[in-house]
Design a protein around this ligand. Structure first.
Ligand code: NAD
Length: 414
């Protein structure tokens, strides 16, 4: 069993306990919230290219559906475990609630190293997993989406298998699909775009004129965050990927950096900047620091060296629990992941709505609605943080738990 996954589950449960106590929830209510409604474990047998059968194990955790159907991604990774999917499904419940989405929390995964599979094997595994969870999902029951190592193509295989099995069209059962299978415009950029919206709301609420940004991670989230912030005239002074970073105090153009990244797979091959390490990037004297790669990158070892004035948590949990209070004491304000990186699930909700109503929305409409939705979530967290005299992360959890409580009648236990 993976130790990190157990820790992740404990952290998610501790967050609920801590927030629940602040709201005077009783022990039974807290216990009930910590437990997922159901965890499905499935066996998938795949005929490999060499003709031999191989068995894979997959999970789907359905944590809570008080606010609507379970919603959450499916990841393919060798370290997937029961504990991990439960922890992530708990966080999805809170993320959906904090962002006013009519969804509950779910998460799925298969224990596999997808890079070791051929395309044909990957398709068989995706279809096998979809078939195995078919009795438990549906457009008003549980709506999966892509996550680590799964993408729109995998969603189209899974949807096709699901529809074949149930014998009817049901595109709203999966989100994150290719456009031609009912996917939504704006989905690719949504998480990065949402992060910039939250950043601008935070800066405004602090009445500051922050401009310089360092972005760690240059994948889907980091690139679109940098691109959209650059278009809005912020100065991106540092960018990195897993192989290192570049720094230019006069600013970098993310589109030019992407061109090089596509050619050589390394942002450090971009010549208009000084090469820096990922550790140094986090310690730069910038206004805004954007960790958009991995969890726990700001921790007790480096927290005293962080000089940014605000941090936008684009990766999930980029700051450890021990580092959080140290940053707060230093006066650094943090936009929490549960709101900052919610753009993806919000546009997934728009995709689901479009599928259910057989509509196709323009990209402008999607971007405008994304902005409205995130603004509302941010303002609510900000107000709650003042009311409860706490940071924005705890405030977002409080808002989420209050919504769950209001909608559970007459108590969580029913
Ligand atoms: P991605 O795989 O597209 O990109 C990850 C980037 O991080 C790559 O550029 C990679 O080189 C870089 N990276 C990896 N290890 C690194 C290291 N040690 N130091 C610096 N950079 C490193 O992934 P993504 O979709 O951009 O997701 C990034 C983070 O955001 C993840 O934590 C993910 O869980 C979270 N997130 C993503 C979405 C989404 O919609 N894609 C939504 C919510 C949260």
């Amino acid at each position: 069993m993976n130790k990190n996954n157990n820790e992740m589950l404990k952290t998610a449960q501790d967050l609920i306990k801590k927030t629940g106590q602040k709201l005077n929830l009783n022990q039974e209510e807290i216990n009930s919230l910590i437990q997922p409604d159901r965890v499905i474990e499935v066996k998938i047998s795949v005929e490999m290219d060499n003709g031999k059968l191989k068995t894979f194990i997959g999970f789907r955790s359905q944590h809570n559906n008080v606010l609507g159907p379970y919603k959450g991604g499916i990841r393919f990774h060798p370290e997937v475990s029961r504990e991990e999917v439960i922890a992530l499904s708990i966080l999805m419940t809170l993320k959906c609630a904090a962002n006013h989405l009519p969804f509950g929390g779910g998460k799925g995964g298969v224990i596999v190293s997808p890079k070791e599979l051929s395309e044909k094997e990957l398709e068989k595994l995706s279809r096998g997993y979809a078939k195995a969870i078919t009795p438990f999902i549906g457009e008003d029951i549980d709506i999966p989406a892509p996550d680590v190592n799964t993408d729109s193509k995998i969603m189209s295989w899974m949807l096709d298998e699901y529809e074949k099995t149930v014998g009817k069209k049901s595109p709203a059962t999966f989100t994150g699909k290719p456009i031609e299978f009912g996917g939504s415009l704006g989905r690719n950029e949504a998480t990065g775009r949402g992060g910039v919206i939250v950043m601008e709301n935070l800066i405004k609420s602090l009445s500051k004129d922050y401009k310089t940004i360092a972005v760690q991670g240059f994948g889907n989230v980091g690139y679109y965050f940098a691109k959209i912030a650059f278009e809005k005239k912020y100065k991106i002074v540092a960018i990195s990927d897993s192989k290192g970073g570049i720094y230019n105090e006069n600013g970098l153009n993310p589109n030019e950096v992407l061109k090089i990244k596509k050619e050589t797979d390394k942002v450090t091959d971009f010549k208009k900047g000084k090469i820096i390490s990922n550790e140094k990037l986090l310690e730069l004297p910038v206004d805004i620091l954007v960790p958009a790669a991995l969890e726990n990158v700001i921790n007790i070892e480096n927290v005293n060296k962080i000089q940014a004035k605000v941090i936008i948590e684009m990766a999930n949990s980029p700051i450890t629990e021990e580092a959080y209070p140290v940053l707060e004491k230093k006066g650094i304000v943090i936009a929490p992941d549960i709101i900052a990186n919610a753009g993806g699930v919000i546009v997934s909700y728009f995709e689901w709505l479009q599928n259910k109503s057989n509509e196709k929305w323009s990209e402008d409409k999607i971007n405008q609605k994304l902005e409205e939705q995130l603004q509302k979530a941010f303002k609510e967290a900000f107000k709650t943080s003042l009311e409860f005299q706490t940071n924005l992360k705890e405030a977002a959890f409080i808002s989420a738990l209050l919504k769950l409580k209001e909608n559970s009648s007459p108590s969580f236990l029913l």
